[in-house]
Write a protein that binds this ligand. Structure first.
Ligand code: HEC
Ligand code: HEC
Ligand code: HEC
Ligand code: HEC
Ligand code: HEC
Length: 190
């Protein structure tokens, strides 16, 4: 190799190679975890609804609004009707409640942004967990303290399996009532 070729190799090709390698590392990391998983996701919502106020200070039961958790796969987010049980009379002059009333009167669903989500190819079911006495907070954090809901735990396969393997250590308060969770692939990939 002559000197120019060597110079070229060191000054141009080497840095390019390094950059390419770094990018592919960054890409692999980005495509895998944890960003894709939604950890820390806390979107602005169309109405400034607070769990801290309703579920915390006012102590309204989670299931008053999330009616699906014990019966079905999905927890479900309540329709405006549920809110209007109170807000037909409570705080009717607040701008946020006026927005709520507008959705309700037009019969339009409130476009809440979805926060927790597993991909379609993975099967998750609320009722099988909640009926065994597993508290919402094990998976969602202490929502009663959140003005705005945020995803605080990872929902990767690794995290599902970690709890399934160590269910009794992770939840000593209900250890007598639960089995370990399944680890076979087709329990969650049906
Ligand atoms: C008065 C009704 C009401 C009560 C009570 C309530 N929630 Fe909610 N919840 C909502 C609404 C509306 C949303 C959608 C807007 C939002 O994310 O804040 C929601 C969203 C959520 C989400 C995020 C859903 C997603 O998109 O991933 C979780 C988790 C949640 N609630 C858990 C709880 C828990 C746990 C409790 C009890 C401690 C509770 N909620 C009590 C109305 C309620
Ligand atoms: C069991 C009754 C009840 C239900 C059900 C309920 N709320 Fe409320 N909400 C209240 C009360 C009480 C306050 C606080 C009033 C105050 O500040 O004195 C309040 C306050 C609010 C506020 C703050 C208003 C402001 O400007 O201060 C918003 C926004 C709100 N609620 C939205 C909702 C939404 C959305 C739902 C349905 C997912 C809902 N609420 C369900 C009773 C209820
Ligand atoms: C074992 C973990 C776990 C427990 C316990 C749990 N959740 Fe969830 N939750 C999830 C997962 C995973 C998702 C995403 C589900 C999906 O994408 O299908 C989710 C999604 C939600 C959603 C979004 C809407 C929906 O139906 O998917 C709400 C609301 C919710 N959970 C509320 C609750 C409430 C309230 C409780 C307690 C009564 C609870 N969750 C207990 C793991 C859990
Ligand atoms: C906090 C602990 C915990 C987390 C997190 C958790 N699980 Fe579980 N899961 C359990 C336990 C415990 C059982 C077994 C309950 C029993 O049978 O006593 C179970 C059971 C199951 C079952 C079997 C239900 C049936 O039909 O018998 C499936 C499927 C499942 N989990 C999927 C998931 C998926 C998918 C995730 C992640 C998104 C997840 N779980 C996260 C604790 C957990
Ligand atoms: C307890 C539930 C559970 C079990 C058991 C489970 N998975 Fe998963 N798996 C998930 C969830 C949830 C996801 C989606 C979240 C993620 O990408 O980590 C997933 C994602 C995957 C992916 C996509 C990963 C990626 O990075 O895109 C593959 C491949 C996979 N699982 C294969 C398997 C195989 C093979 C087994 C059996 C050895 C298995 N899973 C057992 C819950 C489970």
């Amino acid at each position: 190799m002559n000197k120019r070729a060597l110079d070229y190799a060191l000054k141009i090709r080497l840095p390019i190679t390094v950059v390419v390698i770094l990018c592919s590392f960054a890409l692999t990391f980005y495509v895998s975890r944890p960003e894709r998983d939604g950890l820390g996701y806390q979107p602005e919502q169309p109405i400034n609804y607070s769990h801290k106020l309703h579920a915390g200070e006012m102590n309204i039961d989670c299931q008053y609004c999330h009616t699906g958790v014990e019966k079905t796969r999905h927890a479900m987010v309540p329709p405006a009707e549920t809110c209007m049980n109170c807000h037909k009379v409570v705080k009717t002059d607040s701008p946020e409640i006026k927005k709520l009333r507008e959705y309700w009167e037009k019969g339009e669903p409130i476009p809440w942004k979805r926060i927790h989500k597993v991909p379609d190819y993975a099967y998750f079911n609320h009722s099988v967990h909640v009926n065994k006495g597993i508290d919402c907070a094990h998976c969602h954090g202490d929502v009663r303290k959140m003005d705005k809901v945020e995803q605080v735990h990872s929902f990767t396969m690794g995290n599902c399996l970690d709890c399934h393997r160590n269910a009794h250590e992770r939840m000593p308060e209900i250890a007598e009532n639960i089995n370990k969770g399944p680890e076979n692939c087709n329990a969650c990939h049906r």
